[in-house]
Design a protein around this ligand. Structure first.
Ligand code: Q46
Ligand code: ZN
Ligand code: ZN
Length: 317
């Protein structure tokens, strides 16, 4: 197996691209894919201040590393979810990555700062753990990006993640979610701009990138993931990809080219004007936002409004 570029010994074969690469040219391939995604979708401007949502896993550490290699100025944010040993261990990987490279990492500890953890919070609020977790992370990442006046919030969702979410949304015709499924969500109504620079790279490529780049990441899966429907969708797509390399990318990018705009237009028409949550000051269509309702039901306490700059009124966004 030889590298497509230099004919040296290859370390990875990418059937979708009909290519093999050595470590050096695989690293370059990943950078090129991220640069292309950023440019194709207008994700990040060269002078933007970037905040990366970091979990300690391969994707978020790899995207942080790739953005720095491409010359972007990027800080990290880690949210400790209180999921037992998994959170202790993943937080350690995020901290060590930041420390070893002298990077800025903000850490928010959910049990310490909001008084609940995901397993007990989800039970008390009668929500599936991943639903309570997703809501919590979205709120805290958005809030930190706006509070820190970052131009863009980056997440490490890769092609496998996005194709699996698309698969689920198509399977059940969740047209509202299809309208929002795009690698770039512009800033609006007090929410930050959100982008996914890894959409051109798959899970296996991200694991390989971390290995060849010497990035240590938490390998163990979150114990709450069992039963998550997206895992089943990923497996189904992996089966299809085995027999038809490139099918996943065709499915996802074909959707963006041919159908995404139709669903997004439907969404824009039905969008409610947002006010501000009376407890935390976040944009919300209800008096109290979904996050503050979750915090209350989980028995915790949201930060008082005074500590959170009110958004939407200052014209920053
Ligand atoms: S951390 Fe949270 Fe994931 Fe764990 S509880 Fe589910 S959503 S699986 S990315
Ligand atoms: Zn090579
Ligand atoms: Zn709120």
């Amino acid at each position: 197996m030889k590298c497509r570029v230099c004919r040296g010994p290859a370390v990875i074969d990418l059937r979708r691209h009909n290519s093999n690469f050595c470590a050096e040219h695989f690293t370059k391939f990943c950078r090129d894919q991220v640069a292309k995604a950023i440019s194709d979708f207008g994700m990040i401007q060269p002078t933007d201040r970037v905040l990366v949502a970091v979990s300690g896993g391969k994707d978020s550490l790899a995207v942080w590393d790739l953005l720095l290699a491409l010359g972007y100025q990027a800080d990290g944010l880690y949210v400790g979810l209180g999921i037992g040993e998994y959170s202790d261990s993943s937080g350690g990987y995020a901290r060590r990555f930041a420390e070893s490279r002298g990077l800025g990492l903000e850490v928010i500890d959910l049990p310490d700062e909001y008084g609940y953890d995901i397993p007990t919070g989800a039970r008390a609020a009668k929500r599936a753990p991943c639903s309570a977790c997703g809501l919590t992370k979205r709120h805290l990442f958005d809030e930190a990006a706006v509070r820190g006046r970052y131009d863009v919030l980056v997440t490490g969702h890769n092609l496998d993640d996005e194709a699996a979410v698309l698969f689920g949304n198509v399977l059940h015709w969740h047209t509202e979610y299809l309208g929002r499924q795009h690698p770039v969500l512009p800033a609006r109504d007090g929410f930050p701009k959100k982008v996914k620079p890894l959409v051109r790279l798959g899970e296996r490529e991200m694991a390989a990138y971390c290995i060849v780049s010497g990035i240590d990441y938490v390998v163990e899966e979150c114990p709450m993931a069992a039963g998550n429907r997206h895992l089943g969708y990923k497996e189904a797509l992996n089966q299809i990809e085995l027999g038809s390399p490139g099918a996943k990318a065709d499915f996802y990018f074909g959707f963006l080219r041919n159908a995404a705009a139709t669903f997004a237009a439907g969404n824009a028409e039905s969008r409610e004007a947002l006010g501000l949550c009376e407890r935390c000051g976040s944009p919300s269509s209800a008096e109290v936002c979904a996050f503050c309702r979750l915090v209350e039901r989980a028995g915790g306490a949201a930060r008082p409004v005074a500590l959170v700059p009110r958004r939407g009124a200052g014209g920053e966004q």
